[in-house]
Design a protein around this ligand. Sequence first.
Ligand code: BES
Ligand code: ZN
Ligand code: ZN
Length: 478
Amino acid sequence: MFTYINQQSQIPENATLIILSKEMSQNALQNFSDDEKNYMEVQFVRHKNRSFYFNKLSHQLFLEIAEVKENHEHFIESLRLIADRLVNCLQQAKVQEVYVQAYDFDKDEILAFAEGLVLANYSFVAYKTDKEKSARYLEIIQLVSNNIKQADLDELNIVTEATLTARTLVNQPVNYLNAVGLAEEIKTMAEDVGAKVEILNKSKIEALKMGGLLAVNQGSIDPPTFSIVEYKPENAVNKKPLVFVGKGVVYDTGGLNIKTGEFMNNMKSDMGGAAAAVSSIYAIAKAKLPLYVIALIPATDNRPGQVAYASGDVITMFDGQTVEVINTDAEGRMILADALAYAKKFDPMLVIDLATLTGSAVRAIGHLGVVAMGANSDSFMEQLKLSGERTSERIVEFPFWDEYAEELKSEIADMIHLGGAEGGAITAGKFLEKFTDYPYIHLDIAGPAFTTKRINYRGIGGTGVGVRLLFDFAKSLV
Ligand code: BES
Ligand code: ZN
Ligand code: ZN
């Protein structure tokens, strides 16, 4: 279903071809006529034009002279962006198969370019009735290079597929994907890669007294779910698991503190953390990384209703701590707190949660990066930042000083769940931290998880942010 990346040793005649080169060299120009060569050389020298396209009717020829950058990660990202631009042309020309020749590029560079092609080609057309019109699929990418191995391609196919799967989960509206539906998708994905999966239903969640998840679910007619995926290969390098926790609010109306104006638009994306956590463990298991990983997904919608939880309520959470609710729209932290407390039983080496948690994170850095906070996890945070640079899912570390937690004092319960107007992303993180006792990283992806305007190869709608980041991070641990 998604674009597939393959390797070829030869380019057939009349194949649609992208020639990627770092220089306007004879090597790069060998497929072109003398007229074409002259034209491009003049354009390149006089007008600094680096991008050429010839429609040969039977096929298309592209030449891209990529501008090498001093910073390797920046260069890699520029290749993804070139790929994004080319996908637009390929789709217009209805190209299904494209060859890529990139002789003077190393493995990382070629793979990044192919990754950009695949990610840019995605579109969510599940509910278009005219499939013919909406289909714009580049089906197969043939890489011609001696610098890549089949294993590299297998891995890239796995990670791109997982990223696009995360996008689709986010793009599904709540009337097609509620908490039960999300759990079913998680089960299918886990079983597909041979991971263990357990779905806790409402009565099990009640028996476990997950007060935060149950409180948020009170206003809903759909039951909550709590999904546990475990991937534990025999050759795992870690005894204690790496645990991902994903916010699975399948729709966030705000609850009784209902969202007004345009703030409710696109709140189907409030399970972007869940989508990323699940798709990451899916990719890790499918690639058979020797790493013990667990994913925990608390899921529900957040709605007003006759018996919806209300501000002022005091909720006893899974771990027994009591929380005074200040605003029912701060629901993500209520369901995550239970999952984080549940994670203690695995004695984790590190827990990373992903959540579309706060408007405060969006206001601080917009859509371009992931807001991160960490406790007892300095070296992991440094590694995660490197993964962020490599994948261009960049990490911005926020302060996590204990003073921020002072805002969470309650007169009547152990804590309130919401700080003041300032530093809201951080006080949200501080609230979550109260439910942890292990090395912990909190990722607020409220900005980058969803976009209403197309952002290059990240697409429009769900972006799948977090999957490439966590896969790269997992790889760096093994
Ligand atoms: N899901 C939202 C956060 C969000 C905002 C995600 C924008 C994506 C884009 C979260 O549950 C929320 O509603 N947060 C509120 C809390 C506030 C009302 C106390 C916020 O941050 O504005
Ligand atoms: Zn909310
Ligand atoms: Zn929310």
